[in-house]
Design a protein around this ligand. Structure first.
Ligand code: DGP
Length: 116
């Protein structure tokens, strides 16, 4: 069994977070250290540590993460100008919290995909 992270406690509302969306499969909440005017994390309610651990059974939740991202972008008023969705995986990907999460970042021009 993978070890729970702080995100499981946020999903269960045991610790505070600014939750902007939640349903049976996913939860979305504002990043504690925002990198742009909009910075929301979208996570599966089920603990899946990394993209490497995702299985075909997880596809409904993983697909929901994308459609919820689009909904939140619309709610935030950034869908027309655009935004970026990022999932980091393991050390070289810069993953810090081992519960899959998609960063939804926008509200300003983000430049090229990889900073140097
Ligand atoms: P990553 O590097 O992709 O694993 O990003 C982890 C993100 O999680 C990072 O941008 C900060 C955010 N984060 C970490 N702990 C908390 C927390 O307790 N609450 C919230 N809202 N965000 C957190």
């Amino acid at each position: 069994m993978a070890e729970e992270t702080i995100f499981s406690k946020i999903i269960r509302r045991e610790i505070a977070a600014d939750i902007v969306y939640q349903d049976d499969l996913v939860t979305a909440f504002r990043d504690i250290n925002p990198q742009a005017p909009t910075h929301v994390l979208i996570v599966p309610n089920k603990l899946i540590p990394t993209v490497n651990d995702a299985t075909s059974e997880d596809e409904p939740a993983l697909g929901r993460m994308l459609t919820v991202a689009a909904k939140i972008a619309t709610d935030e008023g950034i869908s027309a100008d655009g935004y970026r969705l990022i999932i980091n995986c393991n050390r070289n990907g810069g993953q810090e919290v081992y519960h899959i999460h998609m960063h939804l970042v926008g509200g300003r021009p983000l430049g090229r995909i990889l900073g140097r």
